[in-house]
Design a protein. Sequence first.
Length: 285
Amino acid sequence: MRLIKYLSHAGNPAIGQLDGDWVIPLDLLRSPFQTLADILEDDDPAQAARSLLDPSRKMPTADVVLLAPIDQQEVWAAGVTYQRSQVARKEESEAAAFCYDRVYSSPRPELFFKATPHRVAGPGQSLRIRADSNWNVPEPEITLVLNSRLKLVGFTVGNDMSSRDIEGENPLYLPQAKVYNACCGLGPCITLAGAMPPVESIQIRLVIRRAGEVAFAGTTSVARMARSFDDLIQWLGRDNSFPHGVFLLTGTGIVPERDFTLQPGDLVAVSIDGIGTLTNPIVQG
Ligand code: DO4
Ligand code: MG
């Protein structure tokens, strides 16, 4: 089952099931749930959502304005989980090459705080290049949706926008390279865990269009990840609690060549099997 947040006719956030070309609203009015995160807290989110479906109000997906599928959760990210990312980081920063080698093969992964909900862009909303940066890329990442008990309840598409020049200048600048307004894309839906294809078969695709032409395209497979989802979750949960649940971007396996940088006006589309495509235009601060 795929769950979305969308804008109701009255202009409020609403929850629905994405069913191909149709959206079926969930009626939360007389339910114990107020938010999508509340449904994800249930022992059986798919059953909870099914019990709220209101097919009498179904709408064509094309008529619906989608929102990022986030409520009050924090957003975290893992880094250097694919060899491509390890190579790209070393290219960026000679000084820190040793750190990236070590983190790729050490038991403890790189985990960093990525965004609060107000820094997240949903489908069709603009993602941003920092005003003080000249070398920027999107990072297409399969994203784990965890409830407050750190149970993996679903998956979404994530875009971990990154300023490579800022990170490359000094690894201590990582929070500035990664965390700023509109630095993270999430959407278009949350596919509940039971509805995902087998993890090893999942492909991730990135297409960047500039003035209607493909400026970059790349593909990777989740099977190429050097770490398991369970491993990342158990490190994230060490001495750390998430009362509203948490999104965890799991790292990028696609990095454009070093002469590529995003430009304002680019259109970035990230597609992940079993979830869908998250498309965002790029703006610069
Ligand atoms: O070490 C910096 C960030 C790495 C990252 O975001 C990734 O590998 O996806
Ligand atoms: Mg990343």
